[in-house]
Design a protein around this ligand. Structure first.
Ligand SMILES: NC(=O)c1ccc[n+]([C@@H]2O[C@H](COP(=O)([O-])OP(=O)(O)OC[C@H]3O[C@@H](n4cnc5c(N)ncnc54)[C@H](OP(=O)(O)O)[C@@H]3O)[C@@H](O)[C@H]2O)c1
Length: 396
């Protein structure tokens, strides 16, 4: 892509949003921040608007929009303030936007991702839940809209970097993929002792500072479960072509095992700025600001299979992939409710998996049609309602 790239960052106040701005800051003649969005953190958003001078900014409610306008009046920022779900879609598909960083957390990111895909944008996808909720519709929309989909999850970026640029060659190339995982903060903890862990313990990721939802997902390995589903859609893989491998150092970001048993891997220090810079610059490479890997000081690299008793959510993801369309959507909705309940202290850590499994059971495979955004959102709501019933039953 030549010339100045106008970037819209959905979820600018989050961990990925802020890392994106750090990469953008290294390349002032290459990227222009056109639009920023956030949901709750108005003070942080006002500071970002002052620093980046976006043309548009979007928040959740009219009240937040008013409060942001008051804050912006004290700064140099002249952004037009918008609000509501529709505003996210408008900005993601704005004719003057070239690239959209999809860094909202959860199913809430699906509609603006679809809008960007429909409008043929360069779409940098951090929001894995969009593919977990609506993979089939999402990939169809990307194809029909002529969008360029670039994975930002470090594992999927690694696989993308290992594969030939010709997508049609991928199925001939891949035997299976190995998605690596740090194993999170409880990798070595006895499964019987997980009942008592607190949100603070679950959010203490060994290698990354991330949003609280993805941090809890890393501790349960539901994050990897969602990534398996994401990989299924991004690389058009069958469940038996995807394996998960614990690699605590997070130096190898994932691997492709080719049909000839050659293994391709992408390595680097664990820093999200690398996949973000690659997404922003692909097919070129630009400075990311991440530290360089020093092999001589690395020490050993360790690998192990995940223990299904410690991380039962992984198996649930594979079951959901083999079940009727809609199962992964229901699983994601249940997990969002369960994680929120755990973070608020309502349920135990181990109950997250129980809520997820019970929600899938209680919907009994009756997911309905999954062809439109309305279908997806209706099932999302139904699964959340079922999950809330299970949360109540398991409340401590
Ligand atoms: N963090 C990582 O290292 C990492 C790595 C790979 C993939 N990802 C994926 O990237 C996505 C973002 O993760 P994160 O760690 O950056 O999350 P985060 O720190 O929690 O940030 C989420 C962002 O989305 C906004 N947001 C939250 N709910 C929203 C809603 N309902 N509507 C509109 N905006 C909303 C938040 O706004 P406020 O803060 O203003 O409320 C914030 O700007 C997730 O899908 C995650 O799985 C993250």
């Amino acid at each position: 892509m030549s010339g100045m790239q106008r970037v819209c960052i959905l979820g600018a106040t989050g961990s990925i949003g802020r890392s994106t701005l750090e990469v953008v800051a290294l390349h002032p003649t290459r990227f222009e921040v056109f639009a920023l969005t956030a949901r709750h953190r108005m003070d942080e958003l006002a500071v970002l608007c002052d620093r980046w001078q976006p043309r548009y900014v979007a928040v959740g409610t009219p009240e937040q929009a008013q409060s942001l306008r008051r804050r912006l009046a004290q700064t140099r920022a002249r952004a037009e303030v918008m609000h509501g779900a529709r505003a996210l879609e408008e900005l993601a598909s704005h004719p003057e936007v070239d690239s959209v960083m999809a860094a909202i957390v959860g199913a809430a990111g699906l509609a603006p991702c679809l809008a960007a895909a429909r409008a043929g944008k360069r779409l940098l996808l951090a929001n894995k839940e969009a593919l977990v909720v609506g993979g089939d519709l999402f990939m169809r929309t990307v194809r029909q809209g002529g969008a360029t989909l670039l994975p930002i999850d470090s594992e999927h970026s690694a696989i993308f970097q290992c594969l030939p640029s010709d997508h049609t060659a991928w199925s001939r190339h891949i035997d299976h993929i190995l998605l690596t995982s740090s194993g999170g903060p409880f990798r070595a903890r006895e499964p019987e002792t997980l009942h008592d862990v607190t949100p603070e313990m679950a959010c203490a990721h060994p290698n990354f500072v991330m949003g609280r939802k993805i941090s809890v997902d890393s501790a349960t390995m539901m994050n990897k479960a969602l990534e398996v589903i994401e990989a299924r859609w991004l690389f058009d893989l069958r469940p038996e072509q995807m394996r998960v491998l614990i690699h605590p150092q997070q130096i190898i970001h994932s691997m492709v095992v080719c049909r000839d048993n050659s293994v391709l891997a992408q390595l680097g220090t664990p820093d999200m700025k690398v996949p973000i810079a690659y997404g922003l610059s692909w097919p070129e490479r630009i400075e990311s600001g991440a530290e360089r890997l020093e092999f001589a000081t690395l020490g050993g690299l360790h690998f192990e299979d995940p223990n299904p008793r410690r991380f039962p959510g992984l198996l649930l993801a594979f079951d959901a992939l083999r079940a009727a369309a809609g199962a992964t959507n229901a699983l994601n909705a249940a997990n969002e409710e369960a994680v929120a309940a755990f973070l608020s202290g309502a349920i135990a850590f181990t109950a997250i998996h129980q809520v997820n499994a019970a929600t899938l059971d209680s919907l009994a495979g009756a997911f309905g049609s999954q062809d439109t955004l309305e279908d997806l959102l209706a099932l999302d709501e139904r699964a959340r309602a079922a999950a809330r019933v299970h949360v109540k039953a398991m409340a401590r």
